[in-house]
Design a protein around this ligand. Structure first.
Ligand SMILES: O=P(O)(O)OC[C@H]1O[C@@H](O)[C@H](O)[C@@H](O)[C@@H]1O
Length: 283
């Protein structure tokens, strides 16, 4: 059995840990406190995607637009990405292409991905801001339509006391009961939550757990997905401890289903998100 080798970056109060498997940023701690959440049962031998951090879903989300694709969340989450030269404020960058992933071209057509993780000075933020960006290039002469998501696990003190702001008035598809609804006011958590909001949320999303506010600024997305499995589903997932659902919420920068990403021939589309932790008093 192999053990994945972590990449570690420690500077200015930020500690980042990443793996080449899926180009997954697994941890971001700020002054010793986790901002991204990583399961203490995460599988670190390459046999499964990492449960936590920011796994990348591509070229489909969940079981895909028709519900018939596997593995869940696409082919690159378990591919080993190549390390690439970081630019500017980037700490790490990786690349992977359809030619590296068996079966990908037949399903979607050719693609080239570049993913980068960076840190930059935060404005009103505590410590640095984190920036992640997935660039999807279409090398072919026909449009490329794909699903993509930055499946972000955020650490919260208790999901039952957590509010997600910034989605008020946005229509969403509730995957738990298959009904479309409109969000009214802040999103709170009282049971299994699995929602695909039809907004790229460019104005920003705030995740407030009562003791800290995380500010997310997505760009290039068409949707935001919010997921928490709650107790019963959590107990069914091997790489989640039974009570793990209390300590994270996934808020994902996404483009799926009828709001998939279409990249023009020869073009590049980028899905990105900036994360900042702020003291509660500043907002
Ligand atoms: O277990 P996985 O493949 O990582 O997926 C976890 C969850 O990911 C979310 O993004 C989906 O909306 C959920 O439906 C899914 O259960």
């Amino acid at each position: 059995m192999t053990t994945l080798t972590p990449r570690v970056h420690d500077a200015d109060g930020s500690r980042l840990v990443a793996y080449d498997l899926g180009a997954t940023l697994a941890e971001w701690d700020l002054d010793g406190e986790p901002v991204l959440w990583l399961s203490d049962r995460a599988v670190l031998d390459g046999s499964a995607p990492l449960r936590g951090g920011i796994p990348i879903c591509f070229p489909w989300f969940a079981a895909g637009p028709e519900g018939d694709r596997s593995p869940s969340h696409g082919l690159v989450r378990t591919a080993t990405w190549r390390s690439a030269e970081p630019a500017d404020e980037e700490v790490w960058a990786w690349e992977v292409g359809s030619a590296d992933v068996s079966g990908a071209e037949r399903l979607t057509g050719p693609f080239e991905l570049r993913y980068a993780v960076g840190l930059r000075p935060g404005r009103e933020a505590m410590g640095r801001e984190l920036l992640v960006a997935l660039a999807v290039t279409n090398p072919a002469d026909a449009p490329l339509t794909v699903e993509a998501a930055l499946h972000t696990y955020l650490a919260v003190e208790d999901v039952r006391a957590t509010r997600v702001l910034g989605l008020d008035g946005v229509e969403y598809y509730d995957k738990v009961d298959g009904v479309r609804r409109v969000q009214r006011g802040p999103l709170t958590f009282t049971g299994e939550t699995d929602r695909v909001y039809d907004s790229g949320a460019e104005a920003g999303i705030v995740v407030d757990d009562g003791s800290r506010q995380l500010h997310l600024r997505p760009a290039g997305a068409t949707q935001a997905v919010v997921w928490n499995p709650w107790a019963e589903r959590c107990a069914e997932v091997a790489d989640l401890a039974d009570d793990a659902w209390q300590r994270f919420v996934c808020v994902e920068t996404a483009a799926t289903a009828h709001r998939s990403l279409t990249v023009p021939p020869g073009g590049t589309s980028t899905l990105s998100c900036t994360f900042a932790a702020r003291p509660r008093s500043t907002t």
